[in-house]
Design a protein around this ligand. Structure first.
Ligand code: GTP
Ligand code: MG
Length: 344
């Protein structure tokens, strides 16, 4: 790792919302745009996450993001499933996140898992914005690929604009019913007090520059201090999933939010009955270009630094729990680390 000992890590962004409202499509769009911009190699696929560096964000967002205005390295997106049976994965994603995007289909509006996601964000006090997705499906929509929202909005007929406005104000009304003050994002002054609503299309890329600009702005403005970490320090993270992996036994898919995890580290992991103390056998990351959801071939790496999604293979993980803390012991007192894991 070539970064400074103390540096700013990538904020973790959870993408939450009702089933089929377009969470994965939105991330696919961001990945796809980077490929078009010739930046494919710069986006790295992690276990359960996608890292988009600042220069790529700036390429996609155009004049909405000037890289000189930011010193955070980019954004790490965590996709979550919208199906009702995945409540635990959603709460984990939500709890882990520094900031979040709540995706709402403009036609469908608020649905059960939208409300559930909202509760998770409220409980964890995670700052978030609402992506009002699928604006291209408004009848009569005139698409302007990858355009910022104001330009494409101006290019629509009065009737289309009215239809979109009605849907957007309905979403703002739904948020207000939940006790949250919200407005179209360009009218929001204080994103801690008001939720910004960003109209987007994961299909045409319209509004995606705005979405990225708002997420970078939010992170820089409200998260910067929390992002200051001792990169080389002992790693700290959360288990997203416990999985059997051919040739590796039980592994833990982990999102690392502090420090570094190395192939020779000792770990304490939250377990069913008591913390598990174990030695890392392998740190695994997806091979470049591998599709994350059908991932079955990994690459062994020597170390990984926060923020990152990694798969960790180690003995005795059978009792590890999704949602549990993971802490590297390294040169710390093992008993103290066990105590921290028990307390979480
Ligand atoms: P789950 O992971 O199952 O919760 O769904 P999701 O929120 O990830 O939705 P996904 O991205 O899989 O999209 C669901 C469907 O909506 C797919 O058929 C997408 O092609 C479509 N879709 C997503 N975003 C848009 C959009 O902006 N416009 C249009 N027209 N279709 C979209
Ligand atoms: Mg999805």
């Amino acid at each position: 790792d070539t970064r400074d000992p103390t540096s700013l890590r990538t904020p973790i962004v959870a993408v939450l919302g009702h089933v089929d409202h377009g969470k994965t499509s939105l991330l696919d769009k961001i990945r796809g745009s980077a490929v078009i911009e010739g930046e494919a190699g710069a986006i790295t696929q992690h276990i359960g996450a996608t890292a988009v560096p600042l220069d790529v964000i700036s390429e996609i967002a155009g004049e909405l993001v000037d890289p000189d205005d930011f010193d955070l390295p980019g954004l790490l997106f965590i996709d979550t499933p919208g199906h009702h049976s995945f409540t635990t994965l959603r709460s984990r994603g939500g709890a882990l996140a520094d900031i979040a995007i709540l995706v709402v289909d403009v036609n469908d509006g608020f649905q059960p898992q939208t409300l559930e996601a909202l509760d998770i964000l409220k409980r964890s006090q995670t700052p978030f914005i609402v992506a009002a997705n699928k604006i291209d499906t408004v009848p009569g929509w005139n698409p302007n690929e990858d355009s910022p929202i104001n330009a494409t909005y101006d290019a629509q007929s009065d009737r289309v604009r009215q239809t979109l406005d009605t849907s957007l104000y309905e979403i703002i009304g739904n948020l207000s019913d939940e006790g949250l003050s919200a407005d179209l994002y360009w009218r929001v002054q204080n994103f801690q007090r008001n939720i910004g609503v960003v109209p987007v299309s994961a299909m045409t890329g319209e509004g995606v520059p705005d979405l990225l600009a708002v997420m970078m702005g939010l992170s820089q403005r409200y998260m910067k201090e929390e992002m200051e970490i001792d990169v080389a320090g002992p790693g700290v993270g959360t288990v997203l999933e416990v999985k059997e992996e051919k040739g590796f036994g039980t592994t833990i898919d982990t999102v690392l939010y502090d420090g570094t995890i190395r192939a020779d580290d000792e770990l304490v992991v939250g377990g069913m009955n008591e913390p598990i103390v174990t030695d890392v056998r392998a740190i695994l990351q997806p091979r470049p270009l591998a599709e994350i959801r059908t991932e079955n071939r990994f690459e062994k790496v020597d170390s990984v630094s926060a923020a990152a999604g990694v798969k960790v293979a180690a003995p005795d993980l059978a009792d590890a729990m999704a949602g549990a803390p993971v802490r590297v012991v390294r040169n710390r007192d093992r008993q103290e680390v066990i105590g921290e894991v028990e307390a979480e």
